[in-house]
Design a binder for this molecule. Structure first.
Ligand code: ZN
Length: 501
């Protein structure tokens, strides 16, 4: 059995290496590659992806997994080896259901569609991407149909990102959350808006970068196993547990941009850097789901990084760096500025309270499209109507409306957005559990000591990688299933105090 397991691990490590090489090419494409490298780079990444997929669906792997069934049963459920066999089997059974020709078609359509979107968005031209989107919708339905027996056509697509989740569960959670959020947004936005002009002065770039680096080092991001570079759309990527990179972008006239996107991506990276070294090179060595991943970026960015206690420590340091800009702005004004709630157009710029309304509308539109109740050509109008109903404003154009997110233009339609809001909910649920175990965390944040919080997250969540699927992990860590209650308590306490609700 030992040698069979060794064989499986060898095979999986080679697949991991191909995927890591593709990720490195992608990182390079998004940071330093000259523009004319684009075409060849898309091909190179696709080649590596195809080789990895072919290697993974090799019947040899199915054979090995079958032969290892009995040793899996004899090992403790949460041992590294039993978990590796279990998770690999699950991935394998999913992968073999999708024909390689379809994977290739989806991938090349994704690249073409993305190219079209990069031109159509600045030109505000939805009709230019409409045929691509129609094909994407068709391919998304086909992909779902490789997994028959679903309750809702989006279920297989949701399951790819958030294993164990399905449309009916997400709908129920979102309906509960919406009922809480809509009156909260109305109550807050009926008051005078917070003054955030202090954030919109000129802040030279080098100091912004240095300050962000200082902050994330304190949070626990390890620069011996990572680095930060500039890009257009910040992301985190990993080539091994010893090389977990983040990217950021700077706007000199908006202090919040680099600061919070750096903390956000560092949150994702803390998760990956915290995975147990013994899982290196295996399919277990990454975050367990999109929503659990997002729970960590949002926890560090918002619950920690936008808290008053955090800034009691860091604001005087920021004032020293930018005395001219900030010496006349009290901490309280700054705190209110970084937590300003407003009805805005762009999801990624939205505040904590309105953000989820942006996500829910995208989720519902995905379901409508997949169900066939909404035609692609009617999508811009459906977007405007829903936006007006939920956020009370109408996007002036498609550029900042239906064309704003890249997701539908590089991936399937379905399963793309629920993870953002589930992540917000989970971030609060995990944080509340950590706080119950270690009430001193609140005071420690005020002293920029994050070791207790980081250690708790590492021990309970990060180190396990994909050993436990999300629903299992949530119950193990918090003693219950996913619940919106801690998130509502968090929002009510924070924004209740800020806006006298
Ligand atoms: Zn994120």
């Amino acid at each position: 059995m030992e040698s069979k397991l060794q064989k499986l691990k060898c095979h999986l490590t080679e697949i991991n290496d191909l995927n890591s090489a593709a990720a490195l090419l992608h990182w390079d494409q998004s940071t330093y590659m000259p523009p004319r490298g684009d075409d060849a780079r898309a091909r190179q990444i696709a080649t590596l992806g195809r080789l990895a997929h072919e290697k993974f669906i090799d019947p040899k792997i199915g054979q090995l997994l079958e032969e290892l069934q009995s040793s899996e049963n004899s090992l403790p459920y949460d041992s590294d080896d039993a978990s590796l066999i279990r998770v690999t089997r699950c991935d394998y059974e999913r992968a073999i259901k999708v024909p390689p020709t379809f994977v290739a078609e989806l991938s090349s359509h994704g690249s073409e569609s993305y190219q079209a979107w990069t031109k159509a968005r600045p030109a505000n031209d939805f009709t230019a991407v409409q045929p691509y989107l129609e094909k994407t919708l068709d391919l998304s339905r086909q992909l779902a149909d490789f997994f028959p027996g679903y309750e809702h056509i989006s279920d297989p697509l949701i399951d790819f990102a958030d294993s164990g989740m399905k449309a009916s569960i997400v709908r129920t959670i979102f309906a509960e959350l919406r009922a809480e959020l809509v009156p909260m947004v109305t109550a807050i936005t009926s008051q005078p808006a917070a003054d955030d002009s202090c954030l919109r002065q000129i802040y030279p770039e080098p100091q912004q970068i240095d300050f962000g680096v200082e902050v994330i080092k304190r949070l626990g991001y390890d620069f011996n196993r990572g680095r930060q570079d500039k890009t257009h759309h910040p992301f985190m990527t990993k080539f091994s547990l010893g090389d977990v990179r983040i990217t950021t972008r700077v706007r000199e006239n908006d202090l919040s941009e680099a600061l919070f996107s750096t903390m956000h991506e560092a949150g994702h990276a803390l998760y990956e850097q915290g995975i147990g070294m013994e899982l290196e090179g295996t399919p277990l060595a990454r975050g367990t789901s999109a929503s659990v991943h997002e729970s960590q970026s949002r926890l560090w960015e918002n619950i920690v990084g936008r808290s008053r206690n955090f800034w009691k420590f860091f604001y005087p340091k920021l004032q020293l760096i930018y005395p001219q800009q900030l010496n006349h702005t009290p901490l309280e004004t700054f705190y209110r500025a970084i937590n300003k709630v407003t009805r805005s157009l762009i999801r990624t710029d939205a505040d904590e309270v309105t953000y989820n309304l942006h996500v829910m509308m995208r989720f519902d539109l995905e379901l409508d499209l997949l169900e066939g109740n909404l035609k692609v050509r009617d999508l811009p109008e459906a977007w405007r109507e829903r936006f007006k109903a939920d956020l009370g404003i109408v996007p002036p154009d498609d550029r900042d409306g239906v064309l704003q997110d890249v997701h539908w233009f590089c991936d399937v339609i379905g399963g793309n957005f629920q993870g953002y809001t589930l992540g917000n909910i989970l971030g609060a649920q995990f944080f509340e559990t950590a706080l119950n175990a270690h009430p001193q965390i609140t005071n420690q944040i005020e002293a920029a000591e994050f070791g207790t919080l980081y250690g708790w997250l590492r021990d309970n969540i990060y180190q396990h990688g994909r050993k436990y699927a999300a629903p299992e992990l949530i119950e193990r860590v918090t003693g219950r299933t996913l619940s919106i209650a801690p998130y509502i308590r968090y929002l009510r306490t924070k924004y209740g105090e800020l806006y006298n609700l």
